[in-house]
Design a protein around this ligand. Structure first.
Ligand code: TZP
Ligand code: MG
Length: 221
């Protein structure tokens, strides 16, 4: 029912960190280097600009099959752009309401930062959520208000609970190539990065490096 979603290396866009390059150019290069999914996130953009940005990102990933494009927060924009999914935080529209709006054929992700939040996510009706973003692994200037760092142990705990409940778990917050392998080793399905790719001088080679580090860290099944 849902579009394919490969969580291995999930790029979350930041327009300011990509500048002066257009976000779509950074996305195109990062996808060529091994990014497997993209979330369009721009807190400052108008809905009109976010829609245009989403369409530009969709065009940028079109050359590589199977790269999902998810919109942060803006359900209307996701529907208008026929995006693959929506990602919401704890303060956004409730996940059950978002699911009612987007129907069964789109992905829905929710950010979780504590055992209580993952428990609440797992208590939602089956089929509401597809994935959770476990955050923040570490403090990050990209989102200074992200809350206390979970560290590797907290990340492992929340990811294990999510996976036991049938959800995909991705980790976000302060992850660069230097620490990607240790995050992968916690058992998450993938990592989300913003600055490691958006602020990279060469996003394609930065993505290749992240993919190499991730395969070093993947625990034996
Ligand atoms: N949610 C939790 S931390 C974060 C978001 C969007 C920002 C992560 O940015 P970076 O640059 O990968 O640390
Ligand atoms: Mg949000």
């Amino acid at each position: 029912m849902r579009p394919p979603f490969d969580p291995t290396l999930y790029l979350v866009t930041d327009t300011q960190l990509c500048a002066p390059r257009p976000v779509a150019d950074v996305v195109r290069a990062a996808v060529a280097g091994g990014v497997t999914a993209v979330q369009v996130r721009d807190k400052g953009a108008s809905r009109r600009d976010l829609l245009a940005l989403t369409r530009a990102v969709q065009e940028a990933v079109a050359e590589v099959p199977g790269v999902a494009v998810v919109v942060n927060d803006a359900v209307d924009v996701a529907l208008l752009a026929a995006a693959d999914g929506v990602h919401v935080g704890q303060e956004d529209l409730p996940a059950t309401e978002v699911r009612a709006l987007i129907g069964p054929r789109r992905l829905l992700g929710l950010s979780v930062s504590s055992p209580a939040e993952i428990a609440a996510a797992l208590a939602l009706p089956t089929g509401t959520l597809d994935l959770v973003g476990v955050s923040p692994v570490w403090g990050t200037p990209t989102k200074p208000d992200a809350g206390p760092a979970l560290g590797l142990d907290g990340t492992r705990e929340l990811a294990a609970a999510a996976r036991a409940g049938g959800l995909t778990a991705v980790a976000i917050g302060g992850i660069g190539a230097d620490r990607a392998a240790e995050v992968a080793a916690t058992g998450v399905d993938g990592i989300c990065v913003v600055s490691a790719l958006c602020a990279a001088a060469d996003p394609a080679s930065a993505a290749r490096k992240l993919r190499r580090e991730l395969s070093r860290g993947v625990p034996a099944e």
